[in-house]
Design a binder for this molecule. Structure first.
Ligand SMILES: Cc1cc2nc3c(=O)[nH]c(=O)nc-3n(C[C@H](O)[C@H](O)[C@H](O)COP(=O)(O)O)c2cc1C
Length: 154
């Protein structure tokens, strides 16, 4: 039984989310996945309908906004009437609790994916400035879950 492609997307302003997404990609490949890692700005929302499994590592900027080059994706997804019932996903948000809209983009992305029928592999995790530790905990929970045959045979 072959595993599906694991698509990893990041949204970043200063590179933290990209660094973590690339770590997740390295781990995925080491665990035998066929995996891709891309900036979310390269993703057309409709493409998600053909993905069985996707990970999102996204930061929040401005006043609870996506990173600047993720804006088009964000508003495109908000408007798109997609059926994402074939997609399993996980969201790791990067933020800073000193901002009033902590991890707002991660929350909006997660809520929109769920509203379109996508199924979370595990609940959204919202990292603060200690994001490297939070990433490790997230990945240690995530990878065993996506490796389960019931999850991978979408
Ligand atoms: C100008 C500025 C605005 C920010 N706005 C928010 C925000 O509204 N909510 C939040 O949770 N974090 C906010 N942050 C924190 C960043 O999301 C955090 O530093 C994150 O690690 C950046 O990741 P990146 O390098 O992948 O973009 C802000 C940081 C800066 C410098």
């Amino acid at each position: 039984m072959s595993k599906p492609v694991l698509a990893i997307y990041y949204a970043t302003e200063t590179g933290n989310a990209e660094t973590l997404a690339r770590q997740a990609h390295e781990r995925a490949v080491a665990e035998g996945w066929t995996a891709t890692v891309s900036n979310i700005s390269q993703l057309q929302p409709a493409t998600l309908a053909s993905h069985p499994l996707a990970l999102f590592v996204v930061s929040t900027w401005g006043d609870g906004e996506p990173p600047s080059d993720a804006t088009d994706f964000h508003y495109g997804l908000e408007k798109a009437p997609l059926d994402l019932s074939g997609l399993r996903y996980a969201v790791l948000g990067l933020g800073d609790r000193d901002y009033s809209d902590f991890n707002a983009f991660a929350r909006k992305l997660d809520e929109r994916l769920a509203a379109l029928g996508a199924k979370p592999v595990l609940a959204r995790v919202e990292a603060d400035l200690d994001y490297e530790e939070t990433y490790t905990q997230w990945a240690d929970r995530l990878f065993p879950l996506i490796g389960e045959p019931s999850v991978t045979t979408v």
